[in-house]
Design a protein around this ligand. Structure first.
Ligand SMILES: *[C@@H]1O[C@H](CO)[C@@H](O)[C@H](O)[C@H]1NC(C)=O
Ligand SMILES: *[C@@H]1O[C@H](CO)[C@@H](O)[C@H](O)[C@H]1NC(C)=O
Ligand SMILES: *[C@@H]1O[C@H](CO)[C@@H](O)[C@H](O)[C@H]1NC(C)=O
Ligand SMILES: CC(=O)N[C@H]1CO[C@H](CO)[C@@H](O)[C@@H]1O
Length: 204
């Protein structure tokens, strides 16, 4: 019963995970505390996962959340580039390159065995993405544009997976992966709460 509730809320929440972050940046018209490299690492992870699932003919319903999160990630990176005035020729060229590679995998012009090699890198990529984000907040002592809701959802969904995995398979590697992910998301959440409060005191 608890497992079932956790699974349902995890799917529902992960589908809207990035939206609060996009809305916050849009409202603030700035990106203080956000690390672009971290967002790009997330993009790589999400793209490989989506492509891999697609080329393996899994039913779309089984991995529906990935393309939805991927779409939000495009919006998020787009809005961050926009408010940093970085929508330039270099970004255009890189986007074309990205779309080309992505389409080549989807159309099976590139062998899906490459994706099979890339998938295990998802874990270190996702962990380094979070480390970079945490490091940026601590270094600049700034979390102004960080969405607490998005990072709460991230901590919650990863935490819920620890519970569901320990209930059904108790796979040690996956448990370690989700424990690390949960601690990093929680650290980012706590660091953001802390630096939002200190910067609020500065202003008043
Ligand atoms: C993101 O992190 C990388 C590596 O630490 C750093 O080089 C880059 O300047 C950071 N970007 C922002 C916007 O802080
Ligand atoms: C997926 O389906 C296509 C066409 O139905 C087939 O050619 C391909 O081998 C399948 N791929 C896998 C990994 O099952
Ligand atoms: C990155 O990939 C790993 C392994 O495939 C996955 O567990 C994790 O949820 C992914 N992270 C994101 C942000 O999608
Ligand atoms: C439904 C399904 O099998 N999804 C898979 C998508 O790809 C990731 C790897 O990145 C697998 O962990 C999922 O099981």
């Amino acid at each position: 019963m608890i497992s079932y509730l956790l699974s349902i809320t995890t799917i529902l929440l992960s589908v809207i995970m990035k939206a609060p972050q996009i809305i916050r940046i849009y409202n603030q018209k700035q990106t203080g505390g956000i690390n672009l490299t971290s967002l790009l690492l997330d993009l790589i992870n999400l793209s490989t996962t989506t492509c891999y699932n697609y080329t393996n003919n899994y039913s779309l319903m089984a991995y529906m959340e990935y393309p939805i999160i991927l779409f939000q990630q495009y919006l998020l990176i787009g809005i961050v580039l926009y408010y940093n005035n970085r929508l330039n020729l270099k970004v255009l060229i890189l986007s074309v390159l990205y779309v080309g590679i992505f389409s080549a995998f989807v159309c099976k012009l590139l062998p899906s065995s490459i994706l099979t090699i890339l998938v295990p890198f998802g874990t270190p990529i996702s962990l380094s993405s979070k480390c970079l984000q945490l490091y940026t907040i601590m270094k600049f002592k700034n979390a102004d544009s960080i969405s607490l809701t998005s990072w709460f959802i991230s901590a919650y969904t990863n935490g819920a997976r620890i519970y569901t995995i320990s209930m059904d398979s108790a796979d040690k590697i996956m448990l370690t992966n989700f424990c690390l992910n949960t601690s990093l998301s929680t650290s980012i959440l706590l660091a953001s709460v802390y630096y939002k409060q200190t910067s609020a005191k500065h202003i008043s």
